[in-house]
Design a protein around this ligand. Sequence first.
Ligand SMILES: *Cc1c(COP(=O)(O)O)cnc(C)c1O
Length: 432
Amino acid sequence: MKYYSTNNPSHQVSLSEAVIKGLAPDNGLYMPERIPVLSPELINRMSEMSFREIGYEVISALFSEDLSDHQIQELVDHTLAFDASIVKVEEYVYSLELFHGPTLAFKDFGARFCSKLMSMLDEEKAQKIYVLVATSGDTGSAVANGFLGVDGVEVIILFPRGKVSPLQEKQFTTLGKNITALEVEGVFDDCQTLVKQAFLDEELNQKLLLTSANSINIARWIPQCLYYFYAYSRLPKNGKKVVFSVPSGNFGNIGAGILAARMGLPIDHFVAATNLNKVVPEYLKGAEFLAQPSIQTLSNSMDVGNPSNFPRLKALFGDDESFFREKVKGYFYTDEETVRAIQQVKEQGYILDPHGAVGYLGLKDFMAENPGYVGVFLETAHPGKFKDVVEEALGETLVLPDRLAAFLKGEKKVIPMEKDFERFKAFLKNLG
Ligand SMILES: *Cc1c(COP(=O)(O)O)cnc(C)c1O
């Protein structure tokens, strides 16, 4: 299978190049040249298959030209090392819990798949791969934990000193092994700038194989379609149409759901639910797509004013905007509405995190306007990850899951770094 750039369909590369490069040289996003369609019989049979068996079928359909059966099995087993679960919240309303991985957020799925695939594509291990990541929190923890202990890959995480919550910081500064954390004297944008400069520096790129593993990489994007297949297979449908509501920031997660639908999964509609960073909901209501500066909210992993996967969504609908607007409905919510949803759903015995709360609200509004659906919202993080917001909303203390509490006991190890490219470059040159 070849992968093309959304900016130029005739620019096509191999799987290996798409994964190692991440972004196409023309700044386009890579997309599979064709989308395989699974038979309705296979999709029906998934109700009797395990998550891993489903994963194996779906990944084989996409990657069997490039990877052996054994590699696909290994990749799926590594990625689906923990569960996703469908939990009933109300009549016809289900939560798809994606927070059972090591860092308690759905990004664990993509990060684990990406790390394993990179290591496989670099089979000869002739050259070490250096993954550079700038983070304001979540991405750093998912990537660090996903790549921990993976052969032939070194991960360098840059984060702004004092700007990341202590719990998040612990998730990528205490791991050791092939994970190095650089504590940058500056803000997130400074970290991002250092990483971008490194990718452009010829001397460094001759010496080291540098890559990014950010959320637009197909190796992080594609595996996210797996839990839509699994959720659909476990969902009691009662003859109703199915809608998925996805709390969205960069729109990779919802894009993977649309990919699953294009592969034959009978999802009738999608809801793109956001906080006040509402560029896409406005587009879906008929406005132009206009990137905005991001606005800070309580669901801060979705504070994205210029969603990077937008071109991918358009490509999935064959650049047919009216089809796109027909199949995906957009809703956005304020922090006050988010907090009220957390409080209200708690009364029904379920605790939402702020991102899941936005997904829940979008689902409820869609279902109120469109009868006859059974709906699933994606619960993208464990409420304990956003302890302060949830505790304040509920007026009670949350018990942290053991694996989150365990991070807090680890010892923080960082290398201090100035926001000066020459220093950063010298540090990287010393590694090679
Ligand atoms: C990253 C993230 C999102 C947004 O996902 P996208 O794929 O960027 O749309 C939503 N919720 C949580 C908890 C996240 O970490």
